[in-house]
Design a protein around this ligand. Sequence first.
Ligand code: FES
Length: 411
Amino acid sequence: MKKDTLKVTIRGPLRDLWRFISHISERRRIFRHSSAERPGEKHSIRLRESLHPEVQYLLVDKIQAENDSTNSYTLIPDTSQPGSISIAAFSAGQYLSVEVQLESGLRISRPYSISNSPEEARRDNAYVITIKTGKNSFIPEEMVKNWEVGTALKVSDPWGQFYHNPLRDTEHLVFIAGGSGITPFRSMVSDILSNQENISIVLVQGAAVPEELLFSDFFLNMEQSNPGRFKWIPVLSETTDTEGIIKHTVLTGFINGVILADAMNSRESSLFICGPQAMHSYIDKELVKANLKTKMIRRENYGIPGSPSGKEPVKITVKMAGSTHIISADRDETVLVALERGGLNPPSRCRTGSCGWCRGSLLKGKTRYDKEPEGLRSADRNAGYFHPCAAKPESNLVVDIPANPGINTDK
Ligand code: FES
């Protein structure tokens, strides 16, 4: 028997109500066919740990020399460790905090941007980090000098806010790199050009000499294969003889307002700057001088940990994990470096004051910041919190530092 049908058109707010009602039968059907076993906490913990593991156990799988003082290290999961099967996902531009035990027995950690793209990392189940050693580098040379294929490392999950966000950023991006600050851009250029067709990028890469222009072949290649979408501007500060260095126009001097204006090309731009602190201050002044307005500036700093000044040291009383320790600190080093030197293995990730991972309580004494840490909220400051990675002691201190559940533990 043929059923009569009635076609009804529902408009306005009633439409949402009707959609909701029609979902009820679908939900009942899903419930009827669902597993009797509750998803339970275990499932969500497993999911959370696979996405954001506090510790990753990795092995050095390959070492590639980029120049005399810089190597790229390919890191793969150490499958001899329980649950270590694949690397945690990341956004292009993020970093890993790598922990190393020095010959003196001290354990320290340093953040390194991931230089391969998320897609390359997924394909190879491997991260690549690129590290410069030697004088004026970000790390003690001994930290990586014994690394070889098979070296086991304890590494954090990917971390940091230095990544492109289409909701927040403009469609024209200007990347500014100083020295080995180029590493996150290797990942970001590859990722954005492959996945976001509407975005254009200009990369201004500053280096002292041609040998320090890391990944030059890669950027040349990307420029040739993405005409109109990617432009590479290499700038050398310590040579004027650029003839035949690379098959590309090379500017000389420092990254100034003229170069930045050319990179922005009168377009609303988001700027991403990665390099030593001095470069950030210089770029800020050049932007003002050239009257360049930007929609958004994102920064990644790195600097050389302080060296002893010779001034009278201070005493820091540290409360940590139920024990009290007394250490000595130089007034020109950060509290974090003093804690590490004191063998206390404090928590740290970015080491530039922005992530909040090292946050502790300043119970007594005075500290100073060379530059106000971006990640320290005023509510935290008012409640007596401070960021040891950016704070330098001005007097004897009493501090309370939490034990780290992450890579700086024996877990
Ligand atoms: S380590 Fe990130 S704020 Fe101190």
